[in-house]
Design a protein around this ligand. Structure first.
Ligand code: AVI
Length: 335
């Protein structure tokens, strides 16, 4: 049996020899994650071009209820939600992780209809997605004032601090808050809170606890799209770091723990194998059935949401939810 991690590699993988310029942050994170026990890879690396497309497909799956449910909440309660933003004076409507803005356009249309004085500031890690969003907004909502920011959330918050004076309403939709590790959800809200003033507001999407089977199915769909989404991470490492993961020798596994309220997703090695990262001169060994943790997806109780807000210095002002109480968009004000 062979247990090699981080061993220098002598024979370059010919197939991927071309990888010269790799993202050093990706390389550092991947090596750190795959040389620790248990192994892990960050879910933030899911979203390359193919991963973003697969996520779009996930959002349309019959089993994946969060997107549909949040869409309905926004559609049915748009006027009330917009009213809570406070429409008497100018504000920046900042959206962290704007993506294709499909859900947000419901609120944007409503705000324009209510003659609100605001500027929309979409933030996303992907500059390409922002360009597409900007051009669709130009055609669909030409009266909208927009300035976007491409970068990670923390850089965006820093940029906002120095470039967008005045009142802010921050949107963090889609239950992205559930994808942090450990106390990352609290730390993230605390970080947002640091940049806010007493008159500012935050609207956050939370996936709520429900029948554990409903939750489990949402992350293990019959068509295998979520499996492809998870496995695409290995494809990305093959392409960007010259790795030689054989995708047939890894499988998607996911489970929901109703006590913890977390869906945990893994890529499991089906046999004992060694993967070579030719661009990094590293090899990583996997035991048979060894798992790489790839994602957490937290589900919340209303009490947990209030407590989370309180710890971050945010008071929950209103829960906007659906009739089955599957999902909640929660409006917080600064305490
Ligand atoms: C982006 N995020 C909120 C999704 C979720 O539900 O945790 C990502 C996802 N992973 C598998 N399916 C969807």
């Amino acid at each position: 049996m062979e247990f090699i991690t981080n061993a220098p590699q002598t024979n370059a993988n010919v197939e991927n020899e071309g990888v010269k310029n790799y993202d050093p942050e990706l390389a550092r994170d991947v090596l750190a994650g795959l040389t620790q026990t248990p192994k892990s890879l960050s879910s933030k690396y899911f979203y390359d071009g193919a991963g973003s497309k697969l996520f779009q497909q996930i959002m349309e799956l019959p089993e994946y209820y969060p997107t549909r449910t949040e869409f309905k909440i926004l559609e049915e309660q748009q006027a009330e939600i917009a009213g809570f933003f406070g429409l008497t004076d100018f504000f920046h409507l900042v959206e962290l992780g704007a993506g294709d803005g499909l859900k947000t356009k419901i609120l944007l249309r409503q705000l324009l209809h209510m003659k609100a004085d605001f500027e929309y500031v979409p933030v996303d890690i992907s500059g390409d997605i922002l360009k597409q969003l900007e051009s669709s907004l130009q055609t669909e909502l030409p009266a909208l004032r927009t300035e976007s920011f491409a970068g990670d959330y923390f850089k965006a918050l820093h940029w906002l601090q120095h470039n967008k004076e005045g009142r802010k309403v921050v949107l963090f939709l889609g239950s992205n808050i559930g994808n942090f590790e450990d106390n990352g959800d609290l730390e993230f809200l605390q970080e947002i809170r640091k940049y806010l003033k007493p008159e500012d507001k935050v609207l956050v999407g939370f996936d709520l606890r429900k029948d554990p089977r409903t939750i489990r199915q949402a992350y293990d769909d019959a068509a295998g799209v979520t499996a492809a989404f998870n496995l695409n991470l290995l494809k990305r490492l093959n392409r960007e770091l010259g790795a030689d993961f054989n995708l047939k020798q890894f499988e998607h596994f996911t489970d929901y723990d109703p006590l913890e309220g977390v869906v945990k997703s893994y890529l499991v090695s089906k046999k004992q194998q060694t993967v070579t990262f030719s661009a990094l001169n590293h090899r990583v060994s996997f035991a048979a059935w060894e798992a790489i943790h790839t994602e957490n997806s937290h589900k919340y109780t209303p009490a947990q949401i209030e407590e989370l807000g309180k710890k971050a210095g945010l008071k929950s002002e209103q829960f906007f939810t659906d009739e089955k109480h599957y999902f909640a968009d929660v409006l917080f004000r600064v305490m």
